[in-house]
Design a protein around this ligand. Structure first.
Ligand SMILES: Cc1cc2nc3c(=O)[nH]c(=O)nc-3n(C[C@H](O)[C@H](O)[C@H](O)COP(=O)(O)OP(=O)(O)OC[C@H]3O[C@@H](n4cnc5c(N)ncnc54)[C@H](O)[C@@H]3O)c2cc1C
Length: 464
């Protein structure tokens, strides 16, 4: 092991990766009185959670929303003493879908964009008459026999028809994951829809029976200083020195303990939690178990970019009454989606100004990110100008590249993760967590990180 900052320490648990999963795991271990170090390759904690704050602008470079329905993020905010700072989305919370150069609102009475009431379907200007008839016909489509995984596209096409794939499933359900609708797994990403069909024979019937109503507080919350506030609070809550930045783990060896080498030196631990992207986990486990490394490496990743623009309110003709819009592939433009950030969250732009974010790349447009920073900014700006009636230049434009940061839970993902779990049983005290495996989005990363921490704590304390 390389000499470095750790001298000859043996800690209970070493976590590799200080994204939200690794940080939540560290927080949990600390609360249990277990000694823990977090090795982080980059110069800051938080992983893809990053908030830029300048003048009176608050720009989330990556994620901007915490889903309330999955309570782990709100619960963590409570433990960190920042729950009273949580803010709901502003109203109206309408999201729009682009079709034929028009932004169509997703009707009230929809679930994941699918109109589940007759009123919602009738009101919607997004679908043709034939498309609406086919969607309403979902009530009469027989239940599928068999339980094997299928793509989001296949599931929605089978139940709701092609228009629902083109204008809902592709831009919205696959779009959230920056993925390809015909590759992403419905079982891994939208198990509630699968369960709805299985239970009731019809997704619409099942959702109507559940009486899913939009919460008056909205489905998402955030923090006034952006989601980065959560990372700041976690950093403050962890004992000084717990997270070591600039420490890229380069290898792991196993004897009576685990020896983890990093660019900041070597450290030994009774238990190891890898909280890094699956491909990074693959290179770290290669010497321990090449088959495990191959399984981790097989999780595909997509790259995206977000581009944030600040404008004066009077530069934009569109009323921006809602949270933003998604763009179906069929519309043939580069933007995947846009968020009207200052209409969605309070306090993101100075008075009389507007903050807008565009998304580019993803599984449907993988070559897009080969373009230069300048080209990406110009593309996003040009398309937003056309869509929203913008005049003049933005006050600023900031580009954030997220290269290989969106794991793609493709058909078969759950089976692959089960295989990974089986192989890990031959490495006692060795665990993986984070978005590459069993956790979609921040709340899942927090709950999976904490559950993994509990397993690591049990293992390490039994051996200390
Ligand atoms: C653009 C974008 C928007 C999103 N929007 C939302 C949203 O609004 N709401 C939501 O809930 N989710 C959203 N997500 C998803 C969510 O942000 C992620 O699922 C989650 O933050 C991933 O956390 P993580 O800890 O698993 O991984 P990461 O954040 O990727 O952290 C992994 C860490 O490991 C470090 N690392 C890698 N290799 C090594 C090594 N060898 N040694 C040491 N350290 C290493 C990395 O530097 C990184 O800090 C979004 C994602 C993206 C990309």
């Amino acid at each position: 092991m390389a000499e470095g900052v750790f001298s000859d320490q043996v800690v209970d648990v070493v976590i590799v990766g200080a994204g939200i999963a690794g940080m939540a795991a560290a927080f949990d271990l600390q609360s249990r009185g277990v000694s823990v170090r977090v090795l982080e390759a980059s110069t800051r904690a938080g992983g893809v959670i990053a908030t830029d704050r300048f003048d009176d602008w608050v720009v989330d470079a990556g994620p901007d929303s915490l889903l309330v329905q999955k309570p782990a993020a709100v619960a963590l905010c409570r433990e960190l003493g920042i729950a009273d700072r949580l803010v709901s989305t502003l109203t109206p919370r309408t999201a729009y879908v682009l079709r034929d150069d028009q932004l169509h609102p997703i009707a009230e009475g929809s679930f994941l964009g699918f109109p589940i009431t007759a009123g919602a379907l009738a009101q919607s200007g997004l679908f043709s008459v034939a498309g609406k008839a086919r969607m309403a016909g979902e009530l009469f489509i027989p239940r599928r026999t068999g339980d094997e995984d299928e793509s989001i596209g296949d599931f929605v096409r089978r139940r709701f028809g092609q228009e629902a794939v083109d204008y809902l499933a592709e831009p919205l359900l696959a779009g959230i994951h920056a993925g390809d609708v015909d590759r992403l797994s419905i079982h891994a990403l939208f198990p509630r829809l699968v369960e709805a069909e299985r239970r009731s024979g019809s997704v619409i019937r099942a959702l109507r029976a559940l009486r899913v109503r939009p919460s008056p507080q909205g489905a998402f919350v955030s923090l006034p200083g952006g989601v980065g506030e959560l990372v700041d609070a976690l950093s403050r809550a962890l004992a000084p020195g717990t997270i070591v930045t600039g420490a890229r783990a380069t290898g792991v060896e196993r004897s009576d303990t685990y020896a983890i080498d990093s660019t900041a030196g070597g450290i030994r631990a009774r238990s190891v939690v890898l909280a890094v992207p699956a491909y990074a986990a693959a290179s770290l486990v290669r010497t321990l178990d090449p088959a495990l490394a191959d399984l981790c490496n097989a999780v595909p990743y997509a790259s995206t970019a977000t581009v944030a623009f600040g404008y004066g309110r009077d530069q934009i003709a569109h009323p921006l009454r809602g949270t933003g819009f998604v763009v179906p592939r069929t519309e043939g433009i580069a933007l995947l989606a846009g968020t009207w950030v200052s209409s969605k969250w309070p306090g993101r732009a100075p008075a009389g100004h507007v903050l807008i974010r565009g998304f580019l790349g993803g599984g449907r447009d993988p070559r897009r990110l080969d373009a230069s920073d300048r080209e990406l900014v110009e593309t996003a700006q040009r398309e937003l100008v056309d869509l929203l009636g913008i005049s003049g230049s933005p006050l600023f434009a900031r580009l954030y590249r997220w290269t290989r940061q969106s794991p793609q839970y493709e058909v078969g993902h759950l089976q692959r993760v089960a295989q990974i779990e089986r192989r890990l049983t031959t490495l006692p005290g060795f665990f993986v967590t984070g978005s590459g495996f069993r956790a979609i989005g921040i709340p899942d990363c927090i709950s999976d990180g904490r559950a993994t921490a509990a397993r690591a704590a049990d293992y390490a304390t039994a051996r200390s």
